[in-house]
Design a protein. Sequence first.
Length: 417
Amino acid sequence: MSFPVSRSEEWRRHWPVAFAGFLGIALPTVAMTSSGIFITSLDEEFSWPRAEVAAGLTIASLISIPFSPMVGALIDRYGVRRIGLPGLAATTLAMAAFSLADGSLSQWMLLWFVYGVAALFVQPTLWAAAISNTFHAGRSTALSVAFSGMSMVLIAVPPLTEWLINNLGWRSAYAWLAVIFGLPSLVIAYFCLFDDRDRRTLSMKGSSAAPALTESALDGLTIAEAIRSVPLYRIAAASLITLLFGAAFLVHQFPILTEAGVSRQNAALLASLAGVASVTGKLMTGWLMERYDGGLIGSITNSMMAVGIFLLWEPFRSPLTIVIAMLVIGYSNGAKLQICAFLTSVYAGVRNYGKIFGVMVSMMAGAGGLGPLLGGIIYDQTGGYNTLIIIAIPCNLIAGLLLFRLGSYPQWARVQA
């Protein structure tokens, strides 16, 4: 077997994998995206402080820190299909279970713990591994299409959640979100989620499934080499920073906007607008990273986040700057995970991609879990979000500088540098 000669040929054969990733990666994003909209309803019914509401999401995210590399090792060993299908089913049920909250904070934390364990098996490692083992010439674009599922959630979930809460109540809203996003992802994954390992297994069993056009490209770093790789450390550090503040703004964007004088309805629409910009950011970044230096594109994209956050700072805030800020933040925030996944595949290769990117995801999960908690603590201590904004601006500029001049692509990357 040989590597495909064109991106179009890869897409003709393997687009269902990217489509399955688009729907599958959207499912665990729903809980984080909608959590900010549920804050007011939970506060009204249970009188919970915002930091404690956000702490549930922190628990779910922190579970990924020790276990993501283990899940990555399972993916490397058994393939994406055997891990992904039960993971999607369990995550759907765990999301619906949030409707059972009874006012006990310990039960609330337990619900998030169960959800976090289920979501381990459908985290970005799974979908990035499926695509990186399938696409080569068009890998960056395929990753951007799959990760656009997160942005689709940013567009659809805020107004949908607001409508469900207003018309059906917050308990039914949780259950319907699980059904709307969980069932389609499970059905499509059942028919479309295969990587090279799965297709080779089916082919050897005489299946009618089309064999992969790509060989099992087991080029890349050993674990010992990855531990010594300076580019991987820089990618990890940049991702930690962008995920920390990206998660804080994603979860708290609704109250940030409403406390800036924006109505709840307009805040939901602005959150959807940021989701549209997020899709644009993913697709544009994916297209650019296939054709130009990925580190440079990642550096520019991360630095844009600082500009968007600056426009939300109270001394410079106006109706126009709020709209511009949401567009810029959405564009940059949308591309952060895809930048990490693609650059990791380039500088680490696919030999141990599940394990290496699993470590990346575990570190990012820690940052993503602490981000909402950080935002809640700053709000509870200061009565507003300006301190969060002031801290986030220089940190995101540093995240941009970390990806500047990462170095030439290794030979195994098979993408243009």
